[in-house]
Write a protein that binds this ligand. Structure first.
Ligand code: MG
Length: 308
């Protein structure tokens, strides 16, 4: 096994006693790889026994495998951001440059699943989650077309929104459009709830830094949308849910663990701002964390709700 670059046994911060049952006191935070610009789109590929992640400004997708470290998997990535797998195991990616949702077929070919709504270009799909019924949910803020760093400056044609794409019917629907900057998203374990981060304009006077929660009904009809939790410091760029319904969110000082009621249970302190994260490993009990330009991981005493 390759030596880890760094281990830290003191990364956990307990805010509620129940957090102690979700962590392992002898499992340190590990620094797995570095030398990137900005990590995104972490997704565990169980059948490949590896992690895929984006080095977004460098327009490349990286692979990390235990004992081997990080290597280039695909370039260009079309400035891909969030990623997930569909019910058939195919990789679903949000592309800033193509302003589209992409699917990687089994032979490696790329299919554009959605790039327009009502005849207008999407902005820059940011993050994606696939539901049990196969529907592909994604957020579409303007972050990827606001600078040349993460895709390229382009004119926005659409208000930021949350979308649901049905690949069987080839239908793209706006599920909610009362967002300034929808970002990370994840379902509760029974998929009756959908958590969506609102990060608005972080350069504005009153930056939005909270997670909303929606009820998910028949054919993806949403209800509610109230503020579930305000992140501080920083904001929620990406989030994932464990099998008990706890929410693991990126934040300005690391990863925050929230109870299903929205209370802060504890933190994993990371020295850099966290972009995104995912559960992985054969037991889904290892949390992989994108800490700005560095890849971290820590074993937890829980498992990711999504089975890959
Ligand atoms: Mg994001």
């Amino acid at each position: 096994m390759a030596a880890q670059l760094l281990v830290d046994y003191d990364a956990f911060e307990i805010a509620d006693p129940s957090f102690a049952r979700l962590i392992l006191e002898n499992a340190p935070l590990e620094r797995l790889a570095e030398g990137f610009r900005w990590l995104e789109g972490l997704v565990w590929m169980g059948d490949w026994n590896c992690l895929l992640f984006q080095d977004l400004p460098n327009d490349r997708t990286m692979m990390w495998r235990d004992g081997e470290g990080a290597s280039l998997w695909r370039s260009p990535s079309h400035f891909a951001n969030g990623q997930a797998r569909d019910r058939q195991g195919r990789l679903i990616s949000c592309s800033h440059r193509l302003r589209a949702i992409l699917r990687t077929e089994y032979d490696g070919a790329l299919t554009v699943l959605a790039d327009r709504h009502d005849g207008k270009r999407l902005n820059s799909p940011n993050d994606v989650a696939v539901a049990a019924d196969g529907a592909i949910w994604f957020t579409d803020p303007v972050y990827g077309i606001s600078s040349d760093y993460e895709g390229g400056v382009r004119q926005s044609e659409k208000k930021p929104a949350l979308y649901r794409f049905d690949p069987r019917q080839n239908v793209l629907q706006a599920a909610a459009s009362d967002f300034d900057g929808p970002n990370g998203l994840a379902f509760s374990p029974d998929q009756s709830l959908l958590y969506v981060a609102e990060t608005g304009d972080q350069t504005g006077r009153d930056p939005k830094q909270y997670i909303r929660v929606f009820g998910v009904g028949e054919k993806g009809a949403l209800s509610g949308g109230d503020i579930f939790h305000r992140i501080a410091p920083g904001y929620c760029d990406g989030l994932k849910v464990d099998v008990s319904g706890n929410i693991w969110s990126s934040a300005g000082d690391g990863v925050h663990c929230l109870s299903p009621r929205g209370e802060l249970l504890g933190k994993i302190r990371i020295p850099y701002r966290v972009s995104n994260l995912c559960f992985g490993g054969p037991a889904r009990n290892r949390l992989f964390i994108g800490g700005s330009h560095t890849l971290y991981a820590v074993y937890l005493n829980t498992r990711g709700a999504v089975a890959y």
